[in-house]
Structure formats: structure tokens, C-alpha cells
Design a protein around this ligand. Structure first.
Ligand code: ZN
Ligand code: FE
Ligand code: FE
Ligand code: ZN
Length: 265
């Protein structure tokens, strides 16, 4: 089955390497049908500025991908989207950026709990000061809000706080997802959003894709579909781990494992 990799970054975010054409080349070599660039969205200047393009670089982003689209026309379907942040108070700014261009696909990701960028390796010591149960509860509460914001097509890396190995504590039944994550999945299902099935976690200390298999099953039971993404920050990472993920989804009987077109009003 021809797959898409729908979560790819570009050097404009300051922490990825390789021109989009290099990502396209690897995608072609690995037999993908298409790819979708979803670089980190510009945000207000006070929010996480070093890790993303500036607003005045948006046209450079669009042009760079358009040029790659032209170079690979007829060989690879290349789409243009964004990985947008959900951070309460920035919704209007994000909505403005989403309105300036007909993006193909927009992922909504929560990377911050308050002022703490919890997926930044430099700040992982903070996990030791937190109650992990409360951490996950507030995180999934934000994810549910993100799902209901109406801004996004999918939710990025659902269980991201596990990145460095700080997993959500299980209360009594290890086979039962927490109420907090189930409420987030309910919101995602209710809003008709997809989940980013993101293999980057396999390259991180946790050593597992986002979301965990138990959550993939719970999502599938709710009729949620999945959009595959490597979250590549370098060309060599394109489609990494896709065989295993694709096999897992087929075994579950989940069908929508390909590209998802942005829903329009
Ligand atoms: Zn990134
Ligand atoms: Fe992310
Ligand atoms: Fe990403
Ligand atoms: Zn990501």
C-alpha cells in the first residue's frame, strides 16, 4: 500500500537539517506515494521563538516546498501543511496564520505545560519535580481543548510526555488507559480529528511510537483514524519505522493510514 509521510520538518525551524528536496528524494527511494511538510508554525514572539520559523519566513517556507513540488511533479505527491502549537491564549494568532494559505494538513500539538517546554531535552529534570499523574492529567486536558478548538486536522504525538521515559502512572489496571486520555480521545473522535501516528518516539529514550499501542487500540475503537508521520528533522529519518506501524494498523483493521486532506468549512 502506498504510504505518505505526513509529518516532516525543514531547516526553517532552526533544529532540522536538509532541504525539502532531500526529504523528497529519500521518500521516493523508500517507495512512498507522497509526503507532507508540517514545519513548526510561527507563534507570537514570546512563545518558543528559537525553535521555529519567524512569521516573515512563511513565504520562504511556501516557496521552498513549491519548488520541490515542481521538481518532483509526477513522481511524488508533495503537500504543504503545518505543525501548529496549541497553547491557551494563542488561538487567535494561530488562526490568523492558518488563514493566510490553503494548507493541506494541520497538526495540533501540545509541547508546553505553562511555561515549561516539556519535550525539550534541556529541561527534562523538571519531570522529577512533578507529580506524573497530575502532569498527564493537565496535559490531556490541554489535548482535549486542542481537539475542540476547531483549528486542527489531527493531534500530534498524543502521549508526548513519555518521550524521556516518564510514563503515565497506571493506577490499578495496566490494560486500561487513564480517564484523562480517554476523555481526550473522546474529544478527538467527537470532533472528527485524526491522530498523528508518529514514529519519532522510537528514536527517543522511551523507544516507542506515539501513541502507545494501548492508546492506538482505544482510538481505533472510537473510530479515530491515523496519519503516519516520522516527524523527520533530517532526510534520513523519512518513513523510519513505517513497516512496523503499518503492520500494527493493518492488524487492528484500521484503514485510514494515508494522507489526510484538510477539512474545509
Ligand atoms: Zn521540531
Ligand atoms: Fe511536535
Ligand atoms: Fe514535528
Ligand atoms: Zn512533532
Amino acid at each position: 500500500m502506498p504510504l505518505y509521510d505526513s509529518h516532516l520538518h525543514t531547516p526553517l525551524c532552526n533544529h532540522a537539517k536538509g532541504h525539502p528536496r532531500e526529504y523528497a528524494q529519500v521518500a521516493l527511494e523508500r517507495g512512498l506515494a507522497g509526503i507532507c511538510f508540517t514545519d513548526h508554525i510561527p507563534m507570537p514572539q514570546w512563545f518558543d521563538a528559537p525553535w521555529r520559523m519567524r512569521r516573515d519566513q512563511l513565504s520562504e517556507y511556501i516557496d521552498m516546498v513549491a519548488q520541490t513540488q515542481a521538481e518532483y511533479a509526477g513522481r511524488l505527491d508533495i503537500r504543504l501543511g503545518l505543525e501548529a502549537d496549541f497553547h491557551p491564549g494563542t488561538e487567535r494568532y494561530v488562526a490568523d496564520i492558518l488563514a493566510v494559505y490553503p494548507w493541506d494538513y494541520v497538526i495540533g500539538s501540545v509541547h508546553y505545560l505553562g511555561a515549561w517546554g516539556f519535550d525539550n531535552p534541556d529541561y527534562q529534570d523538571e519531570y522529577q519535580r512533578r507529580d506524573l499523574g497530575e502532569l498527564y492529567t493537565s496535559y490531556y486536558h490541554l489535548v482535549a481543548q486542542a481537539a475542540r478548538s476547531g483549528l486542527f486536522d489531527s493531534i500530534g504525538h498524543l502521549d508526548l510526555p513519555k518521550k524521556f521515559g516518564y510514563r503515565e502512572p497506571v493506577s490499578f489496571d495496566a490494560h486500561q488507559p487513564s480517564d484523562a486520555v480517554l476523555r481526550a480521545l473522546d474529544a478527538i473522535a467527537e470532533q472528527g480529528l485524526s491522530l498523528d501516528y508518529n514514529t519519532a518516539g522510537t528514536r527517543k529514550p522511551v523507544g516507542e511510537s506515539y501513541p502507545a499501542p494501548l492508546l492506538v487500540r482505544a482510538a481505533h475503537e472510537r473510530g479515530i483514524d491515523f496519519v503516519l508521520g516520522s516527524d523527520a528533522h533530517a532526510p534520513a529519518e523519512v518513513a523510519l519505522g513505517f513497516e512496523a506501524v503499518h503492520a500494527h494498523l493493518q492488524q487492528l483493521g484500521a484503514v485510514s493510514v494515508t494522507y489526510k486532506q484538510r477539512r474545509r468549512a
